[in-house]
Design a protein around this ligand. Structure first.
Ligand SMILES: [Zn+2]
Length: 374
């Protein structure tokens, strides 16, 4: 069958293209992301049968196929002929020879660095070039560059989230390093935001890190998170939770919640854009009384645990940006590291919730006292 397909050189293809032939680059999305012949249409070979119809009125238009080296384009051309396209030729030597011959190349959706760096994302149909572009345009606010924020920030930066805003006013301490892997022994005493920016830029220089070295308060919460696509609560304290909960509702921003205690942790997503989504106060209507609150300064935690929870938060944030999968909305995922169990609790919206219930009244932001048992 392939023997029936006419083979032409890249230069002949260019000439035919100029006379009206349509050149189709049948390589995969991630391969084309680094660039393709100028004027070519990019349709992966597997999708050709399905998508060629989109280019209506092509029955009589000469078609040319090109791949990396000339093998897949032969198969593609053969398939097109079977679909009834009479004038089809394959470019021998493929894009490699096209480039070697110095013929015009259009930049792909990504430069070579991005195409290479994100190739494992580009291979996933659920992400692909469109999803990677979406990630690149995304703005994620990360409150806290500590135990939860460290893994979340590292993986979000690695994934190519375009802008990461880090909000934290603490400095790196030695006792942080057992779990806050964004930082380094040599950076003890440095602002966590600045230390984090060094690690994140080192991992992925394409990511823009915006540093906000201030404590989240009633007075600045809206200004700090406005304009983002997703907010991750990595602060793991009650004042921040109630502030972020209120602001996420006011601004309509999805909030990824995470908490850790000793060997256990929990994760959920509160998405005020969804009518069925609970909010943090559906779970904890009011801040705890002093006698019920954990002793926060000395509460121990297995160092790995915030790693697990922070990564689940990052995973949820990426899903929200891409609009894929099933977010943890209305579900509370509880993890027990000692038992090695993941338990999912249903977390329905509470109609009488003081935050999102039908009679709830927003009376402005309030700085909740940091409550500690001791
Ligand atoms: Zn609620």
């Amino acid at each position: 069958m392939p023997a029936e397909v006419e083979q032409i050189t890249p230069l002949q293809a260019l000439e035919r293209q100029r006379r009206g032939a349509l050149l189709i680059d049948v390589r995969e999305d991630d391969e084309r992301a680094g660039g393709m012949p100028e004027g070519a249409a990019g349709i992966a070979r597997a999708a050709l049968g399905q998508r060629i119809g989109e280019l209506a009125g092509l029955r009589d238009r000469p078609l040319l196929t090109i791949c990396a080296t000339g093998h897949r384009s032969m198969l593609a051309a053969s398939a097109l002929r079977q679909l009834g396209y009479a004038h089809v030729a394959s470019v021998s030597g493929g894009f490699r020879r096209w480039q070697a011959d110095g013929l015009p190349v259009a930049a792909g959706a990504f430069d070579a660095d991005a195409a290479d760096r994100y190739s494992r994302h580009l291979l996933l149909p659920e992400v692909g070039a469109a999803g990677q572009i979406r990630l690149g345009k995304a703005r994620v606010a990360l409150i806290g560059a500590g135990g939860l924020g460290s893994p979340a920030a590292l993986y979000l930066a690695a994934a190519g989230v375009g802008t990461l805003t880090l909000v934290d006013d603490d400095k790196v301490e030695k006792s942080n390093l057992q779990r806050q892997v964004l930082h380094a022994d040599a950076r003890i005493g440095m602002l966590k935001t600045e230390s984090a920016a060094i690690s994140l830029s080192g991992l992925n220089p394409r990511v823009r890190v915006e540093v906000r070295s201030e404590r989240l308060r009633a007075a600045n919460v809206e200004a700090l998170i406005r304009g983002h696509d997703v907010v991750i609560d990595g602060a793991d304290n009650f004042p921040t939770r109630y502030l972020l909960d209120a602001a996420s509702r006011q601004l309509g921003l999805p909030l990824v919640y995470g908490a850790v205690h000793r060997f256990t942790g929990q994760v959920s997503v509160f998405d005020p854009r969804r009518a069925d989504s609970p909010c943090y106060r559906c779970l904890f209507p009011e801040p705890p009384a002093a006698e019920d609150a954990p002793n926060c300064t000395q509460a121990g935690v297995l160092g790995v645990l915030p790693g697990i929870i922070g990564l689940l938060q990052a995973s949820e944030a990426i899903k929200l940006v891409l609009g894929i999968g099933n977010p943890l909305v209305g579900r509370l995922l509880c993890i027990d590291a000692l038992a090695a169990t993941f338990r999912e609790l249903r977390l329905p919206r509470d109609p009488s919730c003081p935050g999102c219930g039908s009679t709830a009244v927003f009376g402005g932001y309030e700085d909740v006292q940091q409550i500690c048992a001791r």
